[in-house]
Design a protein. Structure first.
Length: 243
């Protein structure tokens, strides 16, 4: 299947780096080359490169850091998304926006796409929830909620009291790429892409067997109990795409 010409934000980030390995015809400026919080710069850049699809992976993702660095978090997550939506609508380009499981409160888990998000636990989550609302204003859009870790577990401990459906980025990225390739065949504007429910500690042990158990009670920011996503919609779509 031929891939469209893509404009990718966050190309040097965790997910963007994985996607770039498989994309052929794309532009992916660094944050130094393009500040997405500046509307005029975004418009000029996209007009110049004329993409057929915008994939928005760029985000401020430091959950604890967002509590103090609120301006930068807002500019990247909300204002950056707003600018991309304006340009996408002006130039009639579809937007694929990468969102997060943190838009949910995280008390019951196994959230479906149609579940009402919020309230949010922290400032990062608030900006991503607002960004979702902004992204939904794009005339053509697909919002993908997901969650991923770097290829290797980077910490000596992992929380055993948080449940999630996140996975390592090299597990998640191929599924997101598959959704991008088949975006015209997806009859939904919201999609959850993740894996099975497990504790963060269980996930960490898969690639760091000596990781120690930790508790979210030690964190300096409010975190959820169970932020897992229901992925049955994606599983059904994926089966059809792979047949």
């Amino acid at each position: 299947m031929k891939m469209p010409k893509v404009f990718l934000t966050g190309g040097s980030g965790r997910l963007g780096t994985e996607l770039r390995k498989e994309l052929d015809n794309f532009s992916a400026p660094s944050s130094a080359e393009l500040n997405i919080s500046n509307y005029d710069d975004v418009l000029v850049y996209i007009k110049k490169h004329q993409p057929e699809l915008i994939i928005h992976t760029a985000a401020y993702t430091n959950v604890s850091g967002a509590e103090t660095d609120r301006t930068q978090c807002w500019q990247t997550n909300v204002l950056g998304t707003e600018n991309l939506v304006k340009v996408a609508n002006l130039l009639k380009i579809k937007l694929i926006h990468i969102s997060t499981d943190y838009v949910f409160w995280g008390d019951k888990g196994m959230y479906k796409e149609e579940d009402i998000p919020g309230p949010t636990r922290n400032y990062y989550a608030l900006t991503k929830l607002i960004a979702e609302s902004v992204a939904s204003l794009a005339t053509e859009h697909l919002i993908i909620r997901t969650s991923f870790r770097p290829r290797e577990w980077p910490y000596p401990t992992a929380f055993e009291d948080i449940y999630t459906s996140q996975d390592y980025v090299d597990i998640i990225a191929p599924d997101i790429l598959l959704a991008i390739k088949h975006h015209e065949q997806i009859p939904f504007s919201m999609l959850h892409i993740a894996t099975e429910r497990k504790s963060v500690y269980e996930l960490a042990k898969r690639r760091k067997p000596d990781v120690q158990k930790g508790s979210k009670q030690t964190a300096n920011v409010s975190l959820p109990d169970d932020i897992s996503l229901d992925i049955s919609r994606w599983q059904s779509l994926k089966k059809g795409f792979c047949e």
